[in-house]
Design a protein around this ligand. Structure first.
Ligand SMILES: CC(=O)N[C@H]1[C@@H](OP(=O)(O)OP(=O)(O)OC[C@H]2O[C@@H](n3ccc(=O)[nH]c3=O)[C@H](O)[C@@H]2O)O[C@H](CO)[C@@H](O)[C@@H]1O
Ligand SMILES: C=C(OP(=O)(O)O)C(=O)O
Length: 455
């Protein structure tokens, strides 16, 4: 099983032209103004991989300037794909000359993101073999890839574990199979889609994830010529086709980035219009936001989020697969919950180690207690998973500045907004990690009136 390597924050910063990996923030000032969100990190990177399934070029629009996009671009280029930025945020992905890559070139991207694992199916179809380096991604749990490898084996791939990654071959090509995931994993569902779409015969995937980004990937594959039915009860049926052609697609907006800026408005007592945000993909988040006392207004071209000016209310949140409350939303929201009057409880049911960032919040004055084995006694909608954890946040607690180091993407954004909400000065290092998923976040902080400088 490939391990999740540490993300190199400085490298991530360099990829997007961030001149420093440390930021000094003078907090206590509400964030106000308008920022734009573009395509979702969790779709755009996969859409770029999907282009590999076609023999002619694809065009992807609304591509954000984030580090993970550069990582996938590098991997595609290593395989002979010519990637051109035709206009701001518009990539032309020319796959007419796909070829095997040098292992050294692939390994240069080891530990940078989780996307390399999704190259398996497209490379097997195009080249009959694939080498996948050790993965990166946020260290928020073990993050095994057993569902991926079992699905690939079921489709006919042979998997060989190497010291620095995995090698896959499919001597007889891939063929349709009946696959049931033990849990509706986003990545494993995408793995099956990208592998089964050009396999011989039909694949039935049970217990599939149905996140909006997956639906957008299915839309892209359908544009390319695929036949994919999303059926009731998390069943996806993929009827394999021999050839796919390039696509023209504008990526779905980044709902995780939108929810993060919404939480920033609440935590800093601010007022932020998130241009490009849409209501439907955020409905579950908006309900919780409203219960906590946050105000929002759905506009024609975005959503306005603001603090009510009166005390916030505590909430109980259970993270879950879609349409539940997304795990990536809980970290920024917790910063706002430190300012609610009373006890909030956040049950994390997707990952087993996603509360590490709360230590820094406690150093800044928050009162957050993490229950490493969850809280069993509360009856809830989401059935308990063995890996579950819970955080109890008691507020309101004034926050003060501190020196902190970003541990992961969403935790890092949470530290930024905690520092912006806090009285005094904070120094936050390792902020390059934030550029994995937050486009131009330094420019956006500037647009929203934050008082900071890069160290
Ligand atoms: C790049 C990307 O899209 N990342 C998102 C994706 O991550 P990612 O696709 O990695 O997350 P998964 O949905 O696969 O993981 C969910 C759970 O399944 C477990 N699991 C997964 C695969 C596997 O082979 N074995 C296994 O046990 C994981 O350890 C975790 O406990 O979905 C997550 C859940 O919405 C989000 O937090 C991430 O932002
Ligand atoms: C966990 C996340 O991303 P990744 O799967 O890329 O590590 C995230 O976006 O919060």
């Amino acid at each position: 099983m490939t391990s999740t390597l540490d993300i190199d924050s400085q490298k991530a910063a360099e990829r997007v032209g961030l001149t420093s990996d440390t930021i000094v923030i003078r907090g206590g000032k509400p964030l106000t103004g308008r920022i734009e969100v573009r395509g979702a990190k969790n779709l755009v990177t996969k859409a770029m991989v999907a282009a590999l399934l076609a023999d002619d070029p694809s065009t992807l629009k609304s591509v954000p300037e984030i580090s993970d996009v550069h990582v996938v671009r590098g991997l595609l280029e290593a395989h002979g794909v010519v990637v051109t930025e035709q206009a701001p945020g518009e990539l032309l992905l020319d796959t007419t000359n796909v070829q095997s890559a040098h292992i050294a070139e692939i390994n240069a991207h080891a530990g940078s993101s989780r996307i390399p694992i999704l190259f398996c199916g497209p490379l097997l179809h195009q080249l009959g073999e694939a080498f996948i380096p050790d993965l990166g991604g946020c260290k928020i749990g073990d993050r095994p890839i057993d569902f991926h490898l079992n699905a690939l084996r079921a489709l006919g791939a042979t998997v060989e574990k190497l010291a620095d990654g995995i090698r896959l071959t499919a001597p007889n090509g891939l063929s349709g199979a009946r696959i049931e995931l033990p849990y509706p994993s986003v990545g494993a569902t995408e793995q099956v889609l990208l592998s089964a779409v050009r396999a011989t015969g039909t694949t039935e995937l049970k217990n599939a994830a149905i996140e909006p980004e997956i639906m957008d990937l299915i839309a892209i594959l359908q544009k390319m010529g695929a036949i994919i039915s999303v059926e009731p009860n998390r069943v996806i049926v993929i009827e394999g086709v021999e050839k796919l052609h390039g696509y023209l697609h504008s990526a779905i907006f980044d709902r995780n980035e939108a929810a993060s800026w919404a939480s920033a408005a609440l935590a800093t007592r601010g007022d932020i219009v998130v241009g490009g945000a849409q209501q439907q993909e955020l409905m579950t988040f908006l309900n919780v936001y409203r219960k906590a006392g946050g105000l929002f207004d759905v506009l024609e071209d975005g959503i306005r989020f603001w603090h009510p000016g009166t005390p916030l209310r505590p909430v109980m949140v259970e993270t879950d697969v879609h349409p539940g409350f997304m795990t990536d939303w809980q970290q920024p929201l917790i910063v706002a919950l430190t300012q609610a009057e009373g006890q909030s409880v956040v049950h994390e049911t997707v990952y087993e180690n996603r509360f590490g960032f709360t230590e820094a919040l406690n150093e800044m004055g928050a009162d957050i207690v993490v229950y490493k084995s969850g809280i069993a006694s509360i009856t809830r909608r989401v059935p308990r998973r063995p890996l579950e954890q819970a955080a109890v946040i008691t507020g309101p607690t004034p926050l003060h500045g501190a020196d902190v180091r970003v541990p992961d993407l969403r935790g890092g954004f949470s530290h930024l907004i905690a520092a912006l909400a806090a009285e005094g000065t904070s120094t936050i290092s390792n902020v390059g990690i934030i550029s994995r998923g937050y486009e131009l976040f330094i420019d956006k902080l500037d647009q929203l009136g934050a008082d900071f400088e890069l160290a």
